[in-house]
Design a protein around this ligand. Structure first.
Ligand code: PRP
Length: 187
């Protein structure tokens, strides 16, 4: 499991590859059950953090599904939520009213990104909008938001890996780790 230089910055592993695979299998089974009758199911990954989770989840879902992506920005710097959501890559589909959308996220923190996106897609006319996140930090909520599918609720630790970054690094780690504070303090 070593990635040499990146591993050295990890204080401890929060979720192993095996734990992540187990929870991804569980969520895929829930989606299969809940969307058996959907005519057009769309997994909508939010770039960039969700890509690794999205890749694993889509392989495990067995009902027919399309994939698409949006990119938004929510953080003003490396660590804190700014409160502003900017759409950097929009969903551009003529068939939105026929789509059952599941937004796929790596993590929910303040809740601002997903509450904004759910409202945005509903106002845009999507047939239904649900949300799925690998990680949830409920203690960090600024706006009330409850996702439909959650992998793990985690404490307020600085987590990286499996798509999650610090300053665009560590996304390639195959597990979720807690970053050593001296990596991001005094930067
Ligand atoms: C992260 C994460 C969510 C958002 C959650 O993305 O992927 O999109 O922050 O935070 P919130 O609940 O406070 O809105 P980030 O802006 O770090 O971009 P990235 O996915 O490209 O790393």
């Amino acid at each position: 499991m070593t990635k040499s230089v990146l591993d050295r910055d990890i204080e401890r592993v929060l979720l192993t590859q095996e734990e992540i695979q187990r929870v991804t299998t569980r969520i895929a089974a829930q989606i299969d059950r809940d969307f058996r009758s959907s005519k057009r199911l769309l997994l909508l990954g939010i770039l960039k953090g969700s890509v690794v989770f999205m890749g694993d989840l889509m392989k495990k879902v067995t009902v027919p599904v399309e994939i698409d992506f949006m990119k938004v920005s929510s953080y003003s710097d490396g660590t804190e939520s700014s409160g502003r959501i900017n759409i950097l890559l929009d969903l551009n589909r003529a068939d939105l009213t026929e789509c059952d959308i599941i937004i796929v996220e790596d993590i929910i923190d303040s809740g601002r990104t997903l509450s904004y996106l759910v409202e945005y897609l509903r106002l845009g006319g999507a047939k239904s909008v649900h949300t799925c996140t690998l990680l949830d930090k409920p203690s960090r909520r600024v706006v009330a938001f409850t996702p439909d599918y959650v992998g793990y609720e985690i404490p307020d630790e600085f987590v990286v890996g499996y798509g999650l970054d610090y300053a665009e690094q560590y996304r390639t780690l195959p597990y979720i780790g807690i970053l050593k504070p001296d990596v991001y303090k005094n930067k």
